[in-house]
Design a protein around this ligand. Structure first.
Ligand code: PAP
Length: 286
């Protein structure tokens, strides 16, 4: 992380996408890419996983040798980049860059269940890690104690929320559940924030109807479509070599209901209420 903070030089037209782990970065990356590059016939997301199209700054700067080449992905302007770092940990250069940030938040119970599945899969891949699975009781305990990768969760989400209130023209705060509930409206909001006016955009097939364009963005970014692509069924991440398939599990809301006991859910809900009290932010799952 130190290398990212000291070496990364942002450009003012970079677009950092930010999220706590397992809150839907894959979806956000695909949506932003498809909004900005809808005119391109050759949709790169059919050949590369979203995380390889939108480089993760945390990972690029973690590699033994910083892989600067990955940062450009062939684009000199409007680079989509991603980080899991909390806002307070970003360098002054990034915070003062004038970049537009898009943050995606998610209900903490669904995030935790997603993370629990992911880490249990990763543990099985790594022979140096203990083979025992990571129990849910331990995951809930870690979450409530604020001990998670890039954690604690609430301070992370509140940091971006507060920045979005201070600088709404520069920080857009989206929620996974709202994207699920009202995808067209949320995509329009995202596109407008990114400066892409659909009414004047012409999709590759020449159809410039706003509704059709929004549907095309949503379809190209959809869980069902991405999950079935060969690259996501069989490929691995460029850095880290994690199988892409592990980033497409279920893609739903309230899956926590299948994994958390009522006591676990209650404990997290109480903490959420306490931590988000009085700041105008809810992370409801509807
Ligand atoms: P990351 O933090 O490792 O980058 P991230 O993409 O943020 O992962 O989160 C993965 C979650 O997003 C998974 O949720 P689940 O475990 O509850 O299923 C994954 O299924 C979900 N996801 C991935 N792609 C999409 C998509 N296109 N639409 C909706 N959800 C998606």
């Amino acid at each position: 992380m130190a290398a990212f903070r000291s070496e990364f030089q942002p450009r003012s037209d970079d677009i950092p996408l930010t999220s706590f782990p397992k809150t839907g970065a894959t979806w956000l990356m695909a949506l932003c890419h498809n909004i900005l590059h809808l005119e391109e016939d050759d949709n790169i997301l059919t050949k590369m996983k979203p995380h390889d199209v939108v480089p993760a700054l945390d990972v690029v700067y973690l590699a033994d040798q910083v892989q600067h080449a990955l940062l450009d992905s062939g684009r000199t302007t409007g680079r989509l980049l991603h980080t899991h770092l909390p806002y307070s940990c970003l360098s002054e250069a990034v915070r003062n860059s004038g970049c537009k940030f898009v943050h995606l938040a998610r209900n903490p119970k669904d995030m935790l269940v997603s993370m629990w599945h992911f880490y249990n899969k990763i543990v099985k891949l790594n022979p140096t890690m203990p083979s025992a699975s990571f129990p849910m009781e331990g995951a809930v305990e870690s979450f409530c104690s604020g001990v998670l990768p890039f954690g604690p969760f609430y301070e992370h989400v509140v940091g971006y929320w507060e920045e979005s209130k201070k600088r709404p023209d520069k920080v857009l705060f989206l929620k996974y559940e709202e994207l699920r509930r009202d995808p067209k409206e949320q995509v329009r909001k995202l596109a407008s924030f990114l400066g892409k006016l659909f009414s004047t955009t012409t999709a590759a097939d020449g159809d410039d109807d706003d509704e059709v364009v929004v549907e095309k963005v949503l379809w190209r970014s959809s869980f069902g479509r991405l999950k079935e692509l060969e690259v996501n069924k069989n490929g691995v991440l460029e850095i880290g070599k994690v199988p892409n398939v592990h980033f497409f599990r279920k893609g739903t809301v309230r899956d926590w209901n299948n994994y958390l006991t009522p006591q676990m859910a209650e404990r997290i809900d109480q903490l959420t209420q306490l931590k988000l009290q009085g700041i105008g932010l809810s992370l409801d799952d509807f």
